[in-house]
Structure formats: C-alpha cells, structure tokens
Design a protein around this ligand. Structure first.
Ligand code: ADP
Ligand code: MG
Length: 714
C-alpha cells in the first residue's frame, strides 16, 4: 500500500471521519482479509468499500422452469429439488452429477471441481435455488458449477431483485472472498456507519432531482429495482465527473484571474511580410478561423492556454508559424517543442524555409546539438538575439534561459506530460502563452477531462485537392501482390514508407523483424534500380539523418522504419504507407501512420499487412481503418475498444482514469452536463465562498488528498 494512502487511514479510535476507518476494523474483515482487500482491490478504508461498486447486476426476480430451458439463454435461475447424485469418469477426472427436478422436467447439475464440498453441503431431497448458464452436455441439458442455495435460506443480506456482482480476483476467491462475501461486508458496513454526510450541495440535489447520498449508495449496492438503480447510478456518475470538472474549471478561472498575459497588441512586419510575400497557397477557412481565435487570445491580456486539434495533414504547422510571428512582431521570443528529434529537425527545416528572407534568427536545439553550438545558442537566447528556438525535450533543461519568452508551441502534445507543459511555462517570470497542437484527435469527452483547462480550437478542414487515402488489408500471403503494387507506384515516381512495430517487451525480436524486412526489401528492390533506406531509433543520428535526407530529396524510393516516422513527417511525394504486423498497432497509431501519406495531389494508399489469424479486437481495428479516414471517428472507436486508460497521454496526465463509476467512453453526455453545471455554478460563485457551496470546497480538498495533486494540473 502506498504511504500516502496508508497515512490517511486512521485508527479505530479518535477518528473524525468514520469513513476513513481502516477496513480491517469492519466486522468480518480483520487484518488478514484487510491486507488482501487492499492488495487485490485497492480497498483500504470503509469509504473504499462503500465506493467499490458492483460491475453488474443479475436479475434474480425471474425463475425459469426446466421445460423452458433453451441453451441460447445466458444465466438463468431455477427453483427445484435435487433427487440424487452420481459420479462419472475416471478416478483422476471425476465429475459429480446431480439430478435436478422441478414440476416441469429434469436436468443435470455438474461439478468437475469442489466435489467434496458439494457432497458435504448439498443434500438430495432438499429444495434449492440454482443459478447458472445452461449447456448441452452428453446430449442432456445441464448447468456446470451452478450457484446453489437452499430455498429456506435465500440470502440474509439480499432481498432485492437485482443481485449485485462484485469483481473478485483468483487470490481473493482462494481465500473465500467471493462476490457474495463482499456483498455481505457491504451490508454490514451500511449497518455500521448509519447516516452519511451529503456530498453534493442541497441546491443541486433539489434542482436535479437526485436521490440523497445515502439512498444513492445503498441503491447501487442493493437496488430495489431498475428505476432506483438508474437514478442512483446517474447521480453518482454525475457527481464523480462534476468534481473533476469543478476542479479543472476553478483552476482555469483562477489562472485567468491571477496570471497576466503578455499583450500582443499588434500585427507587424513579420506577419505581413510572411502572409503577403512568402505564403504560396491560400489558407483554408478553418486555418483562418483558428488564427483569428489565437489572435484574440494573444491580444486579450489574459494568458492563452489553447489546444489546437486538427487531423494529420490539416496544416497546423502553418498556424503555429503565424502565432510565432505575432509574438515576434510584439518583441517577444517564441519556442516550439516537438516529441522526437526527427520531428524537431523537420519543423526546423520547414519553419526556416517559411521564414527565409524575413531576417528571423531561428535555431534548433536537440540532444545531438554540440556543446560549442549550444553555448552560443544559450548566450544568444539569454540576450534576446535568438528569436525562435525549435527543439525536443532539450528545451526543458535548466541552461535554456530566454530573455523574453512570449509564446510556447507544443506539437503532438499527447506525447508530453502535464508536468512538462508546466515546466515550459515557467521559462519566463510571467508565463508565456501556450499553444498545444495535437494531431491525434481526442474524443470530446476525453479532451474535456485531459485538457479541461484549455480552450479548444479545431481545424476541421483539409487543404484543397487532397484525395482520401485508400486503405487496403493484405494478409502475409499476398506479399508478392503488394510488391508488385509498390513497383507500379515507384515507376510513377512515387515513394513508399514501410513501418514495423516496435514494442519494448520483445524489442530484440522486433528489431530482427525490421532487419529481416529491410533485407527482404533490398532483395526485392535491388540497386541500382532502387534505393531502400532504413531509419530507426538504434541508428546513430547521422545515419538516421542521411536516410531521412535521401528520402526527403526523392533519391530513396522506400523508407523502412519503425514508428520514429509516426509523427509529423511531411513528404508529399510519398504515396504508399505499408504497415507491417498492423494487428499490433493501436488505432490512433495506425491513423497517425496513415497520415504520413496523402499529403500531395496524388492518390495515396495505406496497406495493412497482417498475419492470417487475428484477435477480434485487431480485426475491428483493421475494419475501422478501412471504413473511415475521419480522425474523430477513429478516436471514438479507439476509446471504446481500449478504454481511456490506454489512450496515449492519459497515463502521464496525472488524471485519475480509474474512475469509479463513470466511463469516459460512454458517459459523454453526463460529462458535458457536469461540466456545464460546474461552469454555471462557478460563474455565480467563482471562489465557492457562498455558504451553500461551502461543502464543495471540503469535497474538493478531500478528493485532491486522495487522488492527485490537482494544483499541478493546469
Ligand atoms: P499537420 O501538422 O497538421 O499534420 P502540416 O502543417 O504538416 O500538417 O501540413 C501538411 C501539408 O499541407 C504541408 O505540406 C503544408 O505545407 C500543407 N498545407 C498547409 N496548409 C495548406 C493550405 N491552406 N493549402 C495547401 N497546402 C497546405
Ligand atoms: Mg504536424
């Protein structure tokens, strides 16, 4: 148990909050079980148990009869009598079979394990209620390992219709802590604690017609019926999301009041020269709109914290360049941070090119920047002579001191943690404006939680002339067909990416697959007719750079790589993306990779190579990729398939994604409502000082103690 949590647990005597009592003091628990409950289920206190909700409910109000049994039925409940036992099978693979009869017919109950227990506890001639899943076994209907209870003892604690099911673990079951045990403990807990203090303000409860906290919690564990369960669930989901949003929004409002933003009042020569002399294409309407939104922020006197969402290839870099130039026009420095060296290099190249002839001093800082170069760079930066700094995490290091940093742009945010965002912001006495760009479209629900403190701008339009990428799925046996297709494309002057997965647990094998793949490609596409290059994280920077350069200049036809090219790389002439072992990639990653092609006017293709057999989930991912190129649809599908905890960025985010009852993938509407409610409440009472809101402050304090340090999230 981590110390922070164990410190919260008070001893039985003298505690102020009964719910903080250690779980071992609950009747029926004790030290041994307490340890198990903590280790296995994170239940350390009374409160933890109270908020350990059933994962499903089984309707036990209905009884089936033997005659009605249809093996398509899922779990069913029957009432009847055991008329006799017999055993079958060899001594070592014995099974126990009971004949079970009701008025309508006879069936069998079968045990393969725990036979001893059954023969000792279950008697022939007695009436039982059984519960389980029917199947056909040896041509007869049977239920294997049914739940079985004597009729006269139908549950001391359970009198409702819907029986809660609590998740348990193998270890717990071995120590006889089953779902039923937990149910009994929860029942005992309710008796022990009596009435609890309300956890939402009365005015909200009245207005929203919520059950009070006692009723809600009780209904969740022991629902009297579906309507009660529904009401209770709604309230508790709302409450959970409401407090998260209240916290984020309060922090956001506070930042807006206390942090003064640099005012970028004017647009000057840099912006004008760039716009009129350098820009060779018309901005899309979406780009224009977003730039307007950013300009408004920058001139407002408030500090900007804006998230710029836009699918891969939608032209976010250009928006960043405009924002940077506004900062420069107002006499400030700007920096742009990217998650990989390749991407930082690419941004540096693109932006230097955009700014050519505007006499802007732009430099690059990455892990491979030489010492001498670094020292000049740091000196120029501190003196204010260096106006734009582009780089990787290296920007976060201490020697990086700006003279007057006005704007921070962070690209591909999902790879940076919240803490890093905060560190960059501290690079100036008055925090700079922050523009966060992400190409992984984040479902709204997740964005509202992950980036709830940010304002969101969205580029929802692609530059003109783009053709949707065609996605094809081949199993490995079609490799030669795929090669033929590549030759065809190369003949037309196009270039090809071929990406291999790299997953750390089996890194050695992965690299072997990549090396083998590279060699196979060289054999299939031999020099001098073809040039195949390779780029991955294990290569020296020079080797990687050379490969990138050969590919970028069109000299190499095929780039074999790991996901180092996943983000940001922009080579419009590359029209084919082959993804090897595509079943091993997540959806958002596949989408990112696919976004490397389709950047020019030519038809582009994404080829997903997989082995013959795949899991159902992998098949679903491939299907989704084939069916849509819409990043938001993909993000939603990803969230549904994987759950929010696995979405890139959520782990480092510091936000508790082990939500107890709400689900970010399913409760989007409740989340929106909770956020609106929190916002409205704060607009009337920004620092929650009204007496009727006093309890909110207390709740927030308690939650931040037990969850995360919310103050670090901004
Ligand atoms: P993102 O970073 O959003 O994935 P980029 O900024 O790399 O996308 O832009 C993708 C490509 O589209 C680049 O080659 C860029 O120069 C080009 N581009 C951006 N905006 C436009 C536009 N309005 N019209 C035409 N091409 C554009
Ligand atoms: Mg980009």
């Amino acid at each position: 148990m981590d110390t922070q949590r164990s410190n919260r647990i008070t001893e039985k005597t003298g505690n102020r909050d009964l719910l903080e009592t250690g779980i071992q003091y609950l009747k029926g628990v004790g030290p041994k079980r307490a340890e198990l409950l903590g280790k296995e289920l994170n239940i350390y206190t009374f409160r933890d148990l109270l908020y350990f909700f059933p994962y499903k409910y089984i309707d036990r109000s209905k009884f089936h009869t033997v005659k009605e049994i249809d093996t398509n039925l899922a779990y069913i409940q029957l009432k009847g009598r055991i008329t006799g036992f017999r055993t079958e099978g060899s001594k070592y693979k014995q099974r126990l079979i009971a004949r079970f009869t009701d008025d309508t017919g006879t069936m069998e109950l079968v045990w393969f394990q725990g036979i001893h227990w059954v023969t000792r506890n279950i008697e022939a001639g007695k009436d039982y209620i059984i519960f389980g899943r029917p199947a056909i076994y040896n041509n007869r209907i049977s239920i294997a390992h049914p739940e079985i209870d004597p009729v006269e003892k139908t549950d001391l604690v359970f009198s409702g219709k819907l029986q809660p099911q609590y998740s348990s673990t193998e270890k717990l079951k071995n120590s006889f802590i089953t779902s039923k045990t937990i149910q009994k403990l929860v029942a005992g807990l309710f008796q022990h604690i009596g009435k609890m203090d309300e956890t939402l303000p009365q005015h909200l409860i009245h207005r929203l017609h919520f059950p009070d906290i006692n009723e809600a919690l009780y209904s969740l564990h022991f629902p009297a019926g579906h309507p009660q369960l529904k009401k209770a669930t709604y309230r508790l989901k709302f409450e959970e999301l409401f407090y998260i949003q209240l916290n984020i929004l309060r922090q956001k409002n506070r930042n807006q009041q206390t942090i003064k933003g640099h005012v970028f009042a004017s647009v000057g020569n840099y912006v004008n020269d760039f716009y009129h002399k350098k820009l060779t294409f018309e901005l899309t309407e979406a780009q224009k709109r977003v730039i307007r939104e950013i300009r408004k922020d920058l001139g407002s006197g408030k500090q900007m914290n804006r998230l710029l969402q836009g699918d891969v290839g939608s032209g976010k870099t250009l928006v960043a360049v405009m924002a940077i130039l506004i900062a420069l026009d107002n006499g400030y420095q700007a920096c742009l941070m990217a998650p990989t060296e390749i991407l930082a290099n690419q941004h540096f190249a693109t932006i230097s090119h955009f700014l050519e002839g505007l006499s802007v001093n732009v430099k690059l800082l990455t892990g491979s920047t030489r010492k001498a170069e670094r020292n000049t760079l740091f000196a120029e930066l501190a003196a204010g002579d260096l106006q734009v700094l582009i780089g990787t995490h290296a920007l976060l290091e201490d020697p990086v001191q700006f003279n007057n940093l006005g704007l921070v742009v962070i690209d591909e945010q999902q790879r940076f943690g919240v803490a890093q965002r905060a560190r960059l912001r501290q690079k100036n006495t008055d925090p700079p404006h922050v523009l966060v760009m992400t190409a992984t479209p984040i479902p709204r629900t997740l964005a509202m939680t992950l980036y709830g403190d940010l304002d969101v701008s969205e580029i929802d339009e692609m530059p003109p002339g783009r053709k949707p990428i065609m996605t094809i799925h081949y199993s490995d046996s079609k490799r030669l067909v795929m090669f033929g297709f590549l030759r065809e494309q190369i003949k037309q002057g196009r270039q090809v990416y071929m990406v291999y997965p790299l997953i750390s647990e089996s890194e050695k094998l992965d690299y072997k697959a990549l090396d083998d793949g590279y060699e196979a490609m060289v054999r299939a596409f031999p020099p001098p007719r073809y040039l195949v290059v390779c780029a991955h994280g294990r290569l020296k920077t020079e080797e990687k750079d050379l490969a990138m350069q050969l590919f970028q200049t069109g000299k190499a036809h095929i780039m074999v790589a790991t996901t180092v090219i996943e983000v940001g790389v922009d080579i419009p002439n590359a029209t084919v993306m082959v993804i090897e072992s595509a079943e091993r990639f997540g959806l958002s990653q596949l989408h990112q990779l696919r976004g490397r092609v389709g950047r020019g006017a030519d038809q582009s293709y994404c080829i997903l190579m997989t082995s013959h057999k795949q899991t159902a989930e992998a098949r679903k991912r491939i299907e989704t990729m084939i069916n849509t190129t819409d990043g938001f649809v993909i993000a939603e599908a990803d969230l549904k398939l994987r759950g929010p905890g696995d979405i890139e960025g959520t782990q480092q985010s510091g936000i508790p994604f082990d939500l107890k009852i709400a689900s970010l993938s399913e409760d989007g509407l409740i989340l929106q409502f909770a956020r609106d409610t929190a916002q409205e409440l704060l607009s009337h009472d920004p620092d929650l000082s009204a007496p009727e809101n006093g309890m909110l402050v207390k709740q927030l304090k308690r939650l931040s103690r037990s969850q995360v340090d919310w103050s670090s999230i901004s």
